[in-house]
Design a protein around this ligand. Structure first.
Ligand SMILES: *[C@@H]1O[C@H](CO)[C@@H](O)[C@H](O)[C@H]1NC(C)=O
Ligand SMILES: *[C@@H]1O[C@H](CO)[C@@H](O)[C@H](O)[C@H]1NC(C)=O
Ligand SMILES: *[C@@H]1O[C@H](CO)[C@@H](O)[C@H](O)[C@H]1NC(C)=O
Ligand SMILES: *[C@@H]1O[C@H](CO)[C@@H](O)[C@H](O)[C@H]1NC(C)=O
Length: 587
């Protein structure tokens, strides 16, 4: 079933978008008090770049409030350069067009934001947005030099210009009293305007400035008004870099900007897996939780990056790719900020969106991916973990030594190495032999560590050309350990996520608040394939112990197809660049 990008697929997409988003439930309404689920809403950047006017913004907010608010989308966010005059010569990287008050703070361009006149800033816009039941967000910094002198020239860090916006954006020296006073007055003013969400650019990723983030976070913490603190962009961000920041904020980008290309979509899989594996999804953050942010959703009617023109073209992703983007963003619990222009979508595509409601909430998820088995060398054979090897004879000449992790039952199919006949074949057990990765290539498992392993260390085992050296000779003990003759160390098998790029296949699972399980299967390949997941694999990655030996039924969300009860395998054909998303009820 190939769907063309047409009116129906849009309807379908939005109905799905609603249903996916709904899985966080009603409690998200109080998100800004204590963000217990990822913030959702709309951001002006993908459809307007910087050019949006008050009228265009309020039109979008109004439609969000009518159509998306019931599904938990509650933020309407103005992205950057709302203080720049939209006149000939002005662009995203131009100098000298910004409206700045006597204290060096940016204020809305009064021509684009008429209600801001007479020093009202965003007060009136915030009031209107609040009256629609929504929350109001702005791009809050960094700070604009704009070709004129700072009145407090010394607080800007000119040598620390923004990596992606060198003309104008810069950091403030938060170690200086004057720098801190400036930041405090800026954010206090945002709170006075009624701002509920601040997107802070150029202080994270390639522009990491932990001092400025810490200080802004401190200011926001002291304010009476709860304000979501969002960092952007996230080029080159790793879990290690983010670790010191996530407790200070509510959401933080983990990639560069996402636009509507397939490459941009796929570039999120690895990094998202890494943040998931580091348990950073929903970690504790500023006055609540914090969320790795995969960026806005450039779906629907858009503009181009850096453009001076508002929405004028449709999204370049095909329908399968849009499904994949929505599904990954949702199952990874990314904040969801829709980026398309709403008036266009709703005018062109009618209002009778089919709405589905998924109960509960998406919870902890892990990448079940495709797993590869790796050999590790344990420093000590006394550890129970070292047990799991058995001898399997294939025929008279070939025997295998196979790993079955009975202790953790982690790896279902046995992992086998080929055993070369013992040198001194007195007895199979306790005899010394080579272990080969395959029966055709002469590479043997090697245990010789370059340096001595400490008691906690685990070293990845390697294969090297076979020699009759004791570091390549192994003994199988009766207790199921595989001991190296030279070092006395033991080999164990662990499973590790395979590289997606090579397999082109990804699977994610998440649990819902009401016990349901979401299973997403992604096909990143250029051909339609059949994908499957073993029920037993779900049990292995999900936290609940009682899910062992269970059977599941449910349905595939994008097609609405029901899935009969099964204990073995969930299997489905998945289009190229597409995905399947199952909601499962298992017992
Ligand atoms: C949200 O907060 C309000 C007051 O702070 C409270 O009355 C309401 O029950 C909360 N809603 C949810 C869904 O938690
Ligand atoms: C910030 O100001 C402090 C105090 O004057 C100074 O020591 C420091 O070098 C400045 N930081 C940068 C990055 O210039
Ligand atoms: C297994 O037996 C070997 C010797 O045969 C011993 O060194 C090792 O500590 C034992 N390991 C376990 C986990 O019992
Ligand atoms: C799994 O369930 C089946 C019945 O559905 C039962 O026969 C079997 O013994 C169970 N296995 C385990 C390991 O509990």
């Amino acid at each position: 079933m190939k769907m063309k990008m047409n009116i129906f697929s849009f309807l379908f997409l939005y109905s799905l978008l609603f249903s996916l988003l709904n899985h966080h439930g009603v409690s998200s309404r109080n998100v800004s008090d204590n963000p217990s689920s990822p913030p959702r809403g709309w951001n002006s950047y993908d459809s307007f770049c910087w050019t949006i006017s008050e009228q265009e913004f309020l039109q979008n907010a109004d439609l969000i409030s009518q159509r998306l608010l019931p599904h938990g989308y509650e933020y309407a966010v103005v992205d950057y350069l709302w203080y720049r005059r939209k006149v000939p010569g002005a662009s995203v990287d131009s100098l000298g067009f910004d409206v700045i008050d006597e204290w060096g703070r940016m204020i809305p361009d009064p021509d684009r934001w008429p209600s801001s006149k007479d020093g009202k800033g965003f007060t009136e816009v915030a009031k209107k947005v609040h009256s629609m039941g929504l929350k109001f967000g702005i791009h809050g910094g960094p700070y604009q030099e704009s070709g004129r002198q700072w009145w407090a020239q010394d607080i800007g860090l000119k040598e620390r210009a923004c990596a992606w916006m060198p003309h104008g954006f810069m950091s403030v020296n938060a170690s200086l009293g004057a720098g801190r006073a400036f930041l405090r007055s800026l954010y206090t003013q945002y709170a006075e305007w009624g701002v509920d969400f601040v997107k802070h650019d150029c202080v994270f990723g390639d522009d990491l400035d932990i001092f400025e983030i810490s200080f802004v976070s401190e200011v926001l913490k002291e304010l009476d008004r709860p304000i979501i603190y969002s960092l952007s962009p996230g080029t080159s961000v790793t879990p290690a870099m983010a670790k010191n920041v996530i407790g200070l904020v509510n959401m933080y980008r983990i990639t560069g900007d996402d636009w509507d290309s397939w490459g941009d979509v796929t570039s999120h899989f690895d990094v998202t897996r890494d943040f998931s594996a580091a348990n950073m999804i929903g970690a504790s953050g500023l006055k609540g939780k914090s969320w790795p942010d995969l960026d806005m959703l450039p779906l629907g009617w858009l503009t181009d990056p850096g453009s001076n023109e508002g929405p004028h073209r449709k999204c370049n992703l095909n329908f399968e790719e849009q499904k994949t983007q929505m599904t990954l963003w949702s199952i990874a619990k990314s904040p969801l900020m829709f980026g398309g222009d709403f008036p266009y979508v709703t005018a062109k595509h009618g209002s009778n969106c089919r709405k589905q409601v998924l109960p509960g909430d998406s919870g902890l998820l892990k990448d079940v991916g495709k797993k590869d088995a790796y050999i590790f060398i344990l420093p000590s054979c006394e550890h129970l973990r070292a047990k799991g090897w058995t001898l399997e004879t294939l025929d008279q000449d070939i025997a295998q030594i196979c790993w079955k992790d009975s202790l953790r039952n982690k790896y279902q199919a046995p992992f086998c190495l080929y055993k070369r006949r013992p040198v001194l074949a007195a007895e199979e057990y306790e005899a010394k032999f080579h272990l080969l990765a395959s029966d055709t290539v002469d590479f043997c498992l090697d245990a010789s560590p370059k340096k001595k392993l400490t008691s906690k260390e685990l070293r990845r085992g390697s294969f090297s050309p076979c020699k009759w050296d004791s570091n390549q000779l192994w003994k199988l003990s009766r207790n199921g350990t595989l001991i190296n003759s030279y070092s006395g160390q033991c080999a164990v098998i662990d499973t590790v996520e395979a590289n997606v790029v090579s397999s082109g296949v990804r699977a994610w699972v998440a649990t819902g608040r009401q016990g349901q399980i979401y299973l997403a299967l992604f096909n990143l390949n250029t051909e339609r394939i059949t994908m499957s997941a073993k029920i037993s694999d779900l049990a292995n990655v999900l936290p609940a112990e009682n899910l062992k030996n269970f059977s599941c039924k449910g349905k595939e969300i994008w097609t609405g197809k029901y899935l009969g009860e099964t204990k073995e395998l969930i299997s489905t054909a998945v289009e190229s660049h597409g995905c399947a998303l199952f909601v499962l009820y298992c017992k």
